[in-house]
Design a protein around this ligand. Sequence first.
Ligand code: NAI
Length: 287
Amino acid sequence: MAGVKGRVVVITGAGGGLGRQHALLFAQQGARVVVNDLGGDREGSGFGSDMADAVVSEITRAGGEAIANYDNVATVEGGADVVSTALDAFGQVDVVVNNAGILRDKSFHKMAPEQWDAVLRVHLYGTFNVTRAAWPHMREQQYGRVVVTTSTSGLFGNFGQANYGAAKMGMVGLINTLAVEGARSNITANAVAPLANTRMTADVIPDDARLDLDPAYVSPMVVYLCSEECTDTGAIMMASGGHYARIAYMQAQGVQFDHVPSVEEIALSWEEISDLTDSAPGRNPLA
Ligand code: NAI
């Protein structure tokens, strides 16, 4: 398969964890990789070039092609610079894997606006900043692959992660529209929902699950979503250990009224309205 051979791939937050594994696999499959990482800690504090540099060395030592970038994706300028690094080094950008992330967990009643902001800035704005900078080039060359990294914490909810969950679902909203707008230009946009043993999950995944959740399991799914062969778009794919599965939101058959129903009629029809038997993936009735 053509896969990602020769493609120029930007991976944000690729200095460790999942992003590092993605970078290694993309390079091994013949892609030229921009390894972006700010090099901070799990909460997003600090800065350093060592993390991205180490991954680039690993790739080049193995005979692959990669270049480091240390920009902060949370700023518009940072997002633009990540893409400029790809253009300057390799002359094009074909794939963006939005993977950079931080945590600022707090239960909602204790969450400060700064904690909300910091998380949305890296995950949601970061995805916007980098993807926006790459988008015109993808449109012009009539080819592009965008992947965002969502989370079951956003898709299904998780205690203490209102900021993170909102950001992660925002990214799904983004790819839904990118899938529609990119279709004419042969640009796909999909989401991966991983579960892996990294520094981000170090204190939430029970010890006995660690061996089964090597982040390397997630990367083949990400690389496939970015391959020439994969033309699916707007999909959410879960990858956790050796398990891979599509996640979709379903729409029930529902109930059709021929008049404005009373509140009591809604209450009486509640079970039928909510019944997911024979449901199908939901669609935008206006699209
Ligand atoms: P990680 O903490 O090892 O990786 C995140 C990377 O992003 C770090 O290397 C960090 O330096 C970098 N980063 C943070 N802020 C940045 C910024 N502003 N600009 C550039 N780089 C920045 O954690 P992990 O687990 O590898 O996470 C990767 C992605 O996967 C994140 O988006 C995370 O939310 C998501 N995810 C991870 C899950 C897991 O089970 N590990 C579950 C669901 C989602």
